[in-house]
Design a protein around this ligand. Structure first.
Ligand code: NAD
Length: 262
């Protein structure tokens, strides 16, 4: 029997990038999965059915917008009704905007704080009562190396990710005796659409070429000089959801090719 069979994992922002890789890794270990995020309806449906047929699990999809607390509450309730429980919650949805702080658009600030930080509060408060009833739960927050250190021009993102690390510690302490763990994964650069999209803006903000952004800005901070692999993140999340990780809670775990060691 696969190690997560019988569990249900809800992964926010799992129509793309890291969230999709984590959802797929959970399905491969036998967990039912709830996908969430934006994108082309046909592509999302194709992903959902692929997960079901490839891994023999139940996969559902919620279009809930992570800026809307009521939609988040409804998403968790719907997942519990459809699958019986939400045992593993992965808060992964996120966006980025790159600009100097004194030119940072207010609407972008509000959206980044809502999606990258506050949504983790809203999902956690909705999923925790069920986890407490069953005395088992795993909350995995996809923070960032930017939850531990800062870079210029990313004020909202760095603020939100530091906030997620604070929420992670608090939830871990509140649930420590209830069979629930809460941890943050802090990836360095992973080549996903989110990273691709910020290359032109970073080039503009710093007055350099896009190639220079990849070599001298993104991977300059990463001593391995390699992007972190999506498969590595999936495996790490599966480990944190396993019984072997029962004593790991309240941590912010870098997966960053040595970036935050400097
Ligand atoms: P991505 O752009 O590939 O995926 C983001 C996902 O979030 C998508 O599924 C998108 O539809 C969803 N999303 C965006 N706004 C949403 C909203 N309002 N409601 C619901 N879903 C929404 O990005 P990614 O690189 O896979 O990033 C995933 C997470 O990993 C983010 O929290 C990001 O900050 C974090 N992260 C990424 C990197 C990296 O280098 N890519 C590094 C560290 C941390």
């Amino acid at each position: 029997m696969s190690q997560l069979s019988g569990r249900t994992a809800l992964v926010t922002g799992s129509t793309s990038g890291i969230g999709l890789a984590i959802a797929e890794a959970f399905a491969a270990e036998g967990a039912n999965v709830v996908l969430n995020g934006f994108g082309d309806a046909e592509e999302i449906e194709a992903t959902r059915t692929r997960l079901e047929t490839s891994h023999g699990v139940a996969a559902s999809y919620s279009a809930a917008d992570m800026t809307k607390p009521q939609e988040i509450a409804d998403m968790v309730a719907q997942a519990e009704a459809e699958h019986g429980s939400v045992d593993i919650l992965v808060n992964n949805a996120g966006i980025q905007h790159v600009a100097p702080v004194d030119e940072f658009p207010q609407d972008k600030w509000d959206a980044i704080i809502a999606i990258n930080m506050s949504s983790a509060f809203h999902t956690t408060r909705a999923a925790l009562p069920g986890m407490k009833t069953r005395s088992w739960g795993r909350i995995i927050n996809v923070a960032s190396a930017h939850g531990l250190i800062a870079s210029p021009y990313k004020s909202a993102y760095v603020t939100a990710k530091h906030g997620v690390v604070g929420l992670t510690k608090t939830v871990a302490l509140e649930t420590a005796q209830q069979g629930i763990t809460c941890n943050a994964i802090c990836p360095g650069y992973v080549r996903t659409p989110l990273v691709e999209a910020q290359i032109p803006d970073t080039a503009k903000a710093r007055g350099i070429t896009e190639e220079e952004v990849v070599c001298d800005v993104l991977l300059a901070a990463q001593p391995t000089k390699k992007f972190v692999g999506l498969d590595e993140l999936g495996s790490f999340a599966v480990f944190l959801a396993s019984d072997a990780a029962a004593s790991i809670t309240g941590t912010a775990l870098p997966m960053d090719g040595g970036w935050t060691a400097q």
